[in-house]
Write a protein that binds this ligand. Structure first.
Ligand code: PMP
Length: 447
């Protein structure tokens, strides 16, 4: 039996339990499977022949659309030439080239790239680098890590420990010790329907951070990690001045600042990354997803020269950092990365986003007043809509809207009571309007 026939047989017989799906209500999905057969450009095509507009760029990753010919060709050529070589004690030249292209896009001293295979690994890498840095730098007492309520930093133990989404944490025991969380930097009673950055006083959210530093003493704190734009939890922007003030406080107390840029790097905000967008230079930035258009798993951390040179100058002779992955700087992921980066540049994709963001902003905010819309937030090509909860059923109505959009031929995403849009970065005004009008129709139909 061919692989295709076998797959069809399994699906026909509803024998879907062999595959335990991630972040999915498995039982419900298997009663009503949504199966994607192929994708091209802005569209997915389902196994039953439907065409679905991708309003989520895969999962914030397929920034240049699906099956981009230059990326596909680069992966094919690389597979034929060099499918794999370990990054331990060996390298392929393109790994240096990609690292160079990436670091050039981050501001100031963010000049050195460590490759991973996902955002979760990038986060855990950044946290480990922070701890190892202080130890190497003669400040081994700096071991505490600080995240934020509502933050998403992937699903590794480090990431869920500094992360602040309760469902992602509560099943998994006591997590890393010595972790604190700053408050969620958004107050819907003051900030609802703000366009771009929120409007409330940033110091309200940073005072508890300063109290944390006073309580523990700065000499015990290694690093703080934040998403410059809170993404997975529903697209929330901190108030104006928050990231700048956070930078000033961390600097004053010798605490490393990590931006988790897994979503915001490579064009989502209309600039190369959030650090550039907000004009704030952290000590490390994570990235993943858009680095190579999500075509082959890849992530990484961009590290400041201060951190890198500390390891190079002060470590004992030999391996400076006992950390790395079998697939760090994988040749296929690297080839996809070089191709994607070339397209970003040749087609001035970040500028396209920047130019069309005001249109997207107006379009998305035109949903204010539609049924169940409690709040709308946006920046660049990212938008979050809070959907009024049905009774106590967290997320049930937002999920209904998401499903209705899919029925109407558009893929978006729901998470809790939030619906999120993350258009492919080359979507034009017509596509953006189709996305928003489909959400409007879905809201009205669900009502
Ligand atoms: N950090 C952030 C900010 C993310 O948005 C994500 C994924 N959405 C991750 C980390 C985890 O990335 P991955 O799923 O590739 O492990």
């Amino acid at each position: 039996m061919s692989a295709q026939n076998q797959a069809e047989n399994i699906i026909k017989n509803d024998d879907l339990s062999a595959y335990w799906m991630p972040f999915t209500p498995n039982k419900a999905f298997k009663d009503n499977p949504r199966l994607i057969d192929r994708a091209e450009g802005l569209y997915y095509y389902t196994t039953d022949g439907r065409k679905i507009l991708d309003g989520f760029a895969g999962l914030w990753c397929s920034n240049l659309g699906h099956g981009h010919p230059k990326i596909t060709e680069a992966i094919q050529d690389q597979a034929a030439k060099l499918d794999y070589v370990t990054g331990f004690n060996f390298a392929h030249p393109q790994a240096f080239e990609l690292a160079h292209i990436i670091q050039e896009q981050f501001p100031g001293q963010l000049n050195h790239v460590f490759f991973t295979n996902s955002g979760s690994e990038a986060v855990d890498t950044a946290l480990k680098v922070a701890l190892a840095y202080h130890r190497t730098n003669g400040e081994a007492s700096r071991t505490r890590l600080i995240g934020r309520v509502g933050g998403y930093h992937g699903v590794g133990f480090g990431g869920i420990s500094v992360g602040g989404m309760v469902n992602n944490r509560k099943m998994f025991g006591s997590l890393l010790s010595g972790v604190d969380h700053m408050p969620f930097p958004y107050d819907a009673s003051k900030d609802a329907f703000s366009k771009g950055e929120a409007t409330s006083d940033p110091l309200v959210y940073l005072k508890p951070f300063e109290e944390m530093i006073a309580l523990h003493d700065e000499s015990t704190i290694a690093a703080v990690i934040v998403e410059p734009m809170i993404g997975s939890n529903g697209v929330f922007l901190p108030p104006k001045g928050y990231l700048q003030a956070l930078r000033a406080i961390t600097k004053k107390h010798g605490i490393l600042l990590i931006f988790d840029e897994v979503i915001t790097a490579f064009g989502r905000l209309g600039q190369a990354n959030g650090a550039s967008y907000f004009g704030v230079e952290p000590d490390m930035c994570t990235f993943a997803k858009g680095v190579n258009n999500g075509a082959v798993p890849m992530g990484g951390v961009v590290v400041s020269s201060d951190i890198y040179s500390c390891f190079m100058e002060k470590s004992a002779p030999g391996i400076e950092l006992f950390h790395g992955y079998t697939y760090s700087s994988h040749p296929l992921a690297t080839a996809a990365g070089l191709a994607a980066q070339a397209v970003y540049k040749e087609e001035a994709v970040y500028d396209q986003v920047s130019a069309r963001s005001p249109f997207f902003e107006e379009a998305i905010h035109s949903l204010k007043g539609e049924p169940y819309v409690e709040d709308i937030r946006n920046m660049g090509f990212a938008a979050g809509i809070t959907i009024e909860r049905r009774g106590d059923a967290v997320g049930a109505r937002a999920f209904d809207v998401f499903m209705k959009c899919y029925e109407l031929g558009v893929m978006v995403r729901s998470n809790g009571d939030n619906l999120a849009l993350s258009p492919i970065l080359t979507s034009d005004e017509t596509v953006l309007e189709t996305l928003v009008e489909t959400v409007r129709k879905a809201l009205r139909t669900v009502a």
